[in-house]
Design a protein around this ligand. Structure first.
Ligand code: NAI
Length: 213
């Protein structure tokens, strides 16, 4: 496989393929043609073939795709076959909401702890996962081989804390703070901004209204 050459546009689409294939598996569907997958996903069949050809295809002429095989292979490409140890920095509204979401574990993301500076939160548990104080962070990252940190703290604190996480060996930041982190190139940052998604929704509502006046 030539991971290095896969475009980010394809990588962005893979989780969606993974989700659809997972649903097919749950419904005991063993194989599917690119045409059927295309109808379900509302993506053109040629786009599907093109995307999956990046990884050597997986499909067979006249047979379609073996759902379980394709699901497993995409899971491997997404790195979901290995466990990822994760922490959440900022145990406020958003941090606790994320911690309450149990499906992460299903995908191999093991939430090890939440961290905060508010002493009132110390010792509290969210879905069995403890909230610890930032003073314990360094040792915790090493002891638990933490790979990913979700940042759910105010943006004014985010850059400093992100650098500290990186200095202590965290490889990936799931950044919810509304600030660009500008970390070294070997650190992977995935920014999540719900408000941007909402603005896209607003744009499309406005466009629809314009077109249907
Ligand atoms: P919140 O005020 O409920 O929680 C923030 C928590 O961070 C507090 O518990 C606070 O004690 C803690 N904190 C502050 N400085 C810290 C530090 N240096 N180290 C560790 N913990 C620290 O706020 P909420 O609503 O949970 O939002 C958190 C952040 O997420 C904000 O920056 C907000 O703008 C952002 N946000 C982003 C969204 C997105 O879609 N990207 C959606 C909602 C919020």
């Amino acid at each position: 496989m030539r991971d290095g050459e896969i475009s980010q546009a394809v990588v962005r689409r893979l989780p969606r393929y993974y989700r659809y294939l997972g649903e097919l598996l749950e419904n005991n569907v063993e194989r599917i043609s690119s045409g059927d997958l295309s109808k379900r996903m509302k993506v053109t069949a040629s786009q599907i073939r093109q995307d999956l050809n990046n990884f050597g295809g997986f499909g067979q002429q006249g047979y379609g795709y073996n759902v379980k095989y394709l699901y497993t292979e995409i899971g491997k490409i997404l790195g979901l076959e290995e466990d990822h140890s994760m922490i959440i920095i900022g145990a406020g509204n958003l941090g606790q909401a994320l911690a309450n979401y149990a499906a992460f574990e299903k995908r191999g993301f093991q939430l090890k702890g939440l961290f905060d500076i508010n002493p009132e939160l110390e010792g509290k548990k969210i879905r069995g996962v403890p909230i610890c104080m930032m003073s314990e962070l360094k040792g915790f990252i090493q002891d638990n081989r933490v790979e990913i940190a979700a940042l759910t703290i105010p943006k004014e604190q985010a850059v400093k804390v992100a650098n500290m996480l990186v200095d202590n060996g965290v490889r990936g930041i799931w950044n919810f703070a509304h600030v660009d982190l500008n970390l070294p190139a070997n650190i992977i940052v995935e920014n999540v901004h719900l408000s941007e998604s909402l603005m896209r929704l607003s744009y499309n509502i406005c466009r629809y209204k314009e077109e249907h006046k």
